[in-house]
Design a protein around this ligand. Structure first.
Ligand SMILES: [Ca+2]
Length: 394
């Protein structure tokens, strides 16, 4: 467990992950040039039924996907922030190699001509398409990488209700809002992203292998999801919250984390003026996670109807986790378990065995080299992670 400010523990875990991604179930011969469906979810944590059957947030479609291949129950992000996590995973290089530690770093400038995972597939003759949030980018497309895609649909503009829904007009930006929104599901960013991916699968061309990247934005803030996704969570329990949870932190960790406490403090202010707000926030996060799961389900339905669906490698991961008040913290940006533990599923027809679970710790740097090998592409000696398939053979 990663608790407190135990940096060495996390570093040990990351180092260990390089060597522990060994599983005899990955020994089979990789399929030649399969299609790839690469799904990344933004900020979904481990309070989901995929990783804990007793967890209140239900993710039936993630479970449906996991049943087809291998679920990694102890997968961790490389960094608990969008930009460094995505840059590391998609380039195969850790922040310690690239210097990309924050959300404002221009990762492309930092890595120069380093080829992303999509570019590797592009060079191997794949059609690379994508939609939504793949690289960290704002609505203006900052840090998106045009060189990685033949075709890409940007996230649609975020829509907002006329006034903040959470009764906290003087607290925070429009993005620190939550509630049932929008009324029309097709006004949701992820509904449009899923539409693009469904169309890409329906239009599947047989003469060229396809790498399709599907970037689901929820449950990232603002915590808006259509009303029907809030319904199942009316009585959702609150996460574990201990008021004295920082008492055992070293002074340096308290100092580091104090600057990250703004969301929690703001939430307590909101709660003092509008009781039940915290519960509404938790309910909204759950609704957003369910909405993300539902959109992934729509894409999986399209995959099922795609001629090459059964021969497609499917990967699903989250860029990091999310605190919902545990450790007196809301958001990510921490080295605690909740910020780093993520869902990770790999379905590799002919290689993974359906309905299997890997309990060994892994981190996301394994994805770059593993995907290359699973698809029969040349290995990359510069990558910081190692291929799970290669490790299994050695
Ligand atoms: Ca994120």
């Amino acid at each position: 467990m990663i608790e407190g400010a135990h940096f060495p523990c996390l570093l040990l875990l990351i180092a260990a992950a390089k060597f522990l991604f060994v599983d005899t179930k990955l020994l089979a011969k990789p399929t030649a040039k399969p299609d790839v469906l690469f799904i990344v979810v933004d900020d979904i944590n481990d309070w989901i039924s995929l990783l804990d059957p007793k967890a209140p947030i239900k993710t039936p479609n993630l479970e449906r996907l996991a049943h087809r291949g291998m679920l990694f129950t102890r997968a961790y992000c490389v960094s608990a922030a969008c930009n460094p996590s995505r840059a590391a995973t998609l380039t195969g290089l850790r922040p310690s190699t690239t210097g990309v530690y924050g959300n404002k770093s221009d990762w492309r400038k930092a890595v120069g001509k380093r080829k992303t995972i999509m570019q590797r597939f592009m060079n191997a003759g794949y059609e690379t398409r994508g939609a939504g949030k793949i690289f960290h980018h704002h609505m203006n497309g900052a840090f998106h990488d045009k060189a990685s895609f033949h075709d890409f649909q940007y996230m649609r503009t975020q829509m907002y209700p006329p006034k903040k829904l959470n009764q906290a007009p003087r607290y925070g930006s429009r993005n620190t809002d939550w509630g049932a929104w929008p009324k029309r599901v097709d006004d949701s960013i992820d509904y449009q992203t899923a539409n693009y991916c469904i169309k890409a699968l329906q239009e599947r061309k047989n003469y060229k292998p396809q790498f399709l990247a599907c970037g689901i934005f929820k449950p990232h803030s603002p915590f808006f999801a259509p009303a029907d996704h809030h319904e199942p969570y009316k009585e959702i329990p609150l996460p574990l919250h201990k008021k004295d949870d920082w008492n055992d932190l070293p002074k340096g960790a308290v100092s580091l984390m104090r600057s990250k406490k703004w969301f929690w403090q703001g939430m307590m202010q909101v709660e003092s003026k509008a009781p039940e707000s915290y519960k509404a926030f938790i309910r909204s996060y759950a609704a957003c996670a369910s909405f993300a799961d539902a959109q992934i389900g729509r894409v999986l339905d399209a995959l099922d109807n795609c001629p090459r669906g059964k021969d497609t490698v499917v990967v699903l991961w989250s860029d990091h986790g999310f605190h919902l008040g545990e450790k007196n913290h809301i958001e990510k940006f921490a080295l605690w378990e909740k910020s780093n533990h993520i869902p990770l599923i790999v379905v590799a027809p002919g290689t993974t065995t359906p309905n299997t679970v890997c309990e060994q710790p892994v981190d996301l740097t394994v994805l770059y080299p593993t995907l290359l090998e699973l698809s029969g592409l040349p290995a990359d000696k510069e990558a910081d992670g190692v291929s799970g398939v290669l490790a299994a053979k050695s």
